[in-house]
Design a protein around this ligand. Structure first.
Ligand SMILES: CC(C)=CCC/C(C)=C/CC/C(C)=C/CC/C(C)=C/COP(=O)(O)OP(=O)(O)O
Ligand SMILES: [Mg+2]
Length: 323
């Protein structure tokens, strides 16, 4: 039946791509969510980790009054009309003097859906390292430091974890290279690949409103949703179709990221891998019962897709989110 379209969509999402968001299966109660607008109701930050072959990290010295003289990774706020990659390249050029290409997304962090930071592993492709002679409002200078002896003071210690993440990725990449897919989206939302596994069989949760599809949940921007973050939007959707108290839900991480940034389309869609399992031990070889008509469990029978899913699940082969 409709599993042909589903097979294609799941294969695309596992390859870091995916269809564009047409509608949402779950949204906060009350008013429909308003479209997001950069600088108005959302702020996205891009950050780059560069690691040289000699295990050196590229740092910039901050010029802003509140952190002047401290060191940090090249990072900054996205501007309206930019793609995520364009924003990354602009910030790196402004703060470090270098041209660059992102290699892969390394992490996504949020402080509520209206503050999201995209962390990339990147490589320099040209330009000239900014020296103190070129100090301006963007930064005082940029320099490479051995990973084991970073300068002080740092603007914030959160970058230590990001540098480690980059070094681990270089040593042994846990997930494939993942870059943003340029697709329009109006909201901050998440497309879910929710799996239930028994032995070597995998089921995936499917939304039935319209043509069968991987479910999408929208984040609201009101204070409650801000506090709950993206996790709240995922649990809200699952709550609508499953009895959660006897289940363990795990947000494994990201399979992909969709964003356009042009034509006033400032939303993002995170493609997220989620697992659902029974809380009580014992053999449970069928997925948990679904309430209502809006969702069903799709048993993935296509061998290649099934083995890809199992590999991604077993190896936690996803971009970490909020870790
Ligand atoms: C922003 C998100 C989702 C997470 C930040 C994670 C934390 C807690 C970081 C530590 C403290 C810190 C450095 C906060 C600043 C966050 C922020 C507003 C970054 C914007 O980058 P800037 O470098 O300040 O911007 P410009 O380069 O555009 O001036
Ligand atoms: Mg900055």
């Amino acid at each position: 039946m409709a599993s042909e379209g589903l097979t294609g969509a799941l294969a695309a999402v596992l390859a870091g791509q995916g269809p564009s968001v047409q509608s949402c299966d779950s949204a906060p109660a009350g008013e429909p969510p308003v479209p997001v607008r950069l600088r108005k109701n959302v702020c996205y930050v891009v950050l780059a980790v560069f690691l040289s072959e000699q295990d050196e990290v590229l740092l910039i010295q901050e010029a802003k009054r509140e952190c002047r003289g401290s060191w940090y990774l090249p990072a900054g706020r996205m501007e309206p009309g930019e793609t995520i990659v364009e924003a990354l390249q602009r910030e790196v050029k402004e703060e470090a003097g270098l041209h660059c290409e992102p290699e892969t997304l390394l992490s996504v962090e949020e402080r509520g859906p209206s503050w999201v930071r995209f962390v990339f592993l990147a490589r320099p492709t040209g330009g000239i390292l900014k020296t103190s002679k070129e100090a301006d409002a963007e930064s005082l200078q940029a320099a490479w430091y051995p990973r084991s002896s970073l300068p002080t003071p740092l603007r914030a210690h959160d970058i230590l974890h990001l540098v480690e993440l980059a070094a681990q990725y270089r040593q042994q990449a846990r997930h494939p290279l993942i870059l943003p897919q340029e697709l329009p989206c109006d909201l901050v939302c998440q497309r879910l690949v929710v799996t239930f596994t028994s032995a070597q069989t995998v089921w995936v949760l499917v939304g039935t409103v319209g043509i069968p599809h991987l479910p999408v949940t929208a984040c609201g921007l009101d204070p409650v949703e801000q506090r709950g973050g993206m996790k709240m939007a995922i649990l809200r959707l699952l709550q609508e179709c499953l009895t959660l108290h006897h289940l363990v839900v795990e947000i494994k991480g990201l399979l992909g990221l969709q964003h356009l940034g042009r034509d006033h389309s400032d939303g993002i869609c995170l493609n997220v891998l989620v697992t659902v399992a029974f809380r009580s031990p014992g053999i449970q070889d069928e997925p948990p019962k679904i309430r209502g008509e809006n969702f069903f469990w799709w048993k993935v029978t296509e061998e290649d897709l099934q083995s890809q899913l199992l590999k991604r699940l077993q190896g936690s082969s996803v971009v970490p989110v909020n870790r």
